[in-house]
Design a protein around this ligand. Structure first.
Ligand code: TRP
Length: 331
């Protein structure tokens, strides 16, 4: 079975866009792959979160992924910092990562611009840590969003370079699996343009209450309505229909489509329906999130199981790496 590794940013509050992007792919992949999904808490230290935020976020993300249907018996679900072997491989890989290539990384340049007072070394070597995450399990495939393409290209470079320097074939060269495009629906935001994103402030979270969902949806941007029959929908309106297509039944969609086409549509009705159907979709997930967050014992058993499985795999690779490098035991 091919091995899949993917890291999850440790900022909580998954939204519908995440669900129909990353999460759905993970859920699908866990059945056909030796899958490792982990919460990248070490990576998030590059932005200096407070200890309370860091811990709370990791816990929330863990609960949310489990609530969505990531199965810790099928996939290996773990927290990055529970696997010290990753940190050691990161140190070793840093020896063959060059300042020039790290400085040229787009995500580094972006971050350096965003946080000019905190351009730390962890930010610079972020792609090295990410490579360590991936190759420590000898991953073949890495499901990531488009924004991670370059980081993954660097992981490929580092894996190839290690193999070449030591004349081994220890690491498979991991291939990206970009889950945007193809047959994936892009989930639009509620502000009329572009896709749903946490920082865009246009998102419906899986953990939002029915009241919050309703408030957000009713505020969604629309236009003044169609004036001629069968006219093409502008982006703001098409976006609402796209959301409807994802959470509602086909007859609901065609009902409003018909009304749009004969110019009788009332956007208020559409939004009410959309809010209700989003709520119906998210409610079981939200309830599971709440249940999991109230069950410390279960969360800790999941984290322990994942850490044990991940460490077993990671330490196997690390032993090979140490031997290849010449770090052999004298005792
Ligand atoms: N950098 C990824 C992101 O921001 C998260 C991540 C960390 C990751 N390590 C990884 C993704 C390894 C895939 C594989 O989304």
């Amino acid at each position: 079975m091919p091995t899949v590794v993917s890291g999850i940013r440790s900022t909580g509050n998954l939204h519908l866009g995440n669900y129909f992007g990353a999460v759905k792919n993970f859920i699908e992949m866990q059945h056909h792959h030796d899958a490792y999904f982990f919460i990248a808490d070490l990576h998030s230290l590059t932005t200096h979160p407070t200890p309370e935020h860091l811990y709370g976020n990791v816990r929330q993300v863990l609960a949310e992924y489990l609530a969505c249907g990531i199965d810790p018996e099928k996939a290996t679900v773990f927290i990055q910092s529970d696997v010290p072997e990753i940190a050691e491989l990161y140190l070793l890989m840093n020896m063959n990562a060059y300042l020039g290539e790290l400085e040229r990384t787009t995500s580094f340049k972006d971050k350096a611009r965003q946080q000019p007072d905190n351009v730390n070394a962890g930010l610079l070597t972020y792609p090295v840590l990410m490579a360590a995450d991936i190759i420590i399990h000898k991953a073949h495939l890495v499901p990531v969003g488009k924004d991670q393409e370059q980081n993954l290209e660097m992981a490929r470079t580092f894996a190839r370079r290690f193999n070449r320097i030591y004349n081994v074939e220890l690491f498979p060269i991991p291939r990206p699996y970009i889950f945007e495009g193809q047959d994936m629906v892009k989930i639009p935001g509620l502000d009329g343009t572009g896709k749903m994103g946490k920082s865009e402030g246009n998102a419906v979270s899986l953990a939002d209450s029915p009241q919050e969902i309703r408030k957000k949806v009713m505020k969604a941007v629309t236009d003044s309505g169609p004036t001629v029959p069968n006219q093409q929908k502008p982006e703001v309106i098409q976006n609402l229909f796209t959301l409807l297509e994802v959470v509602s039944t086909p007859d609901v969609v065609s009902h409003f489509d018909l009304q749009y086409n004969n110019c009788t549509i009332r956007y208020g009705d559409l939004k009410k329906q959309l809010a209700e159907d989003i709520t119906n979709f998210t409610t079981p997930i939200r309830e599971r999130i709440e249940m999991l967050l109230a069950d410390d014992k279960y969360l800790s058993s999941v984290a322990k199981l994942g850490a044990d499985k991940a460490r077993a795999s990671a330490s196997r690779t690390l032993q090979e790496v140490r031997a290849v490098i010449g770090l052999k035991k004298f005792y």
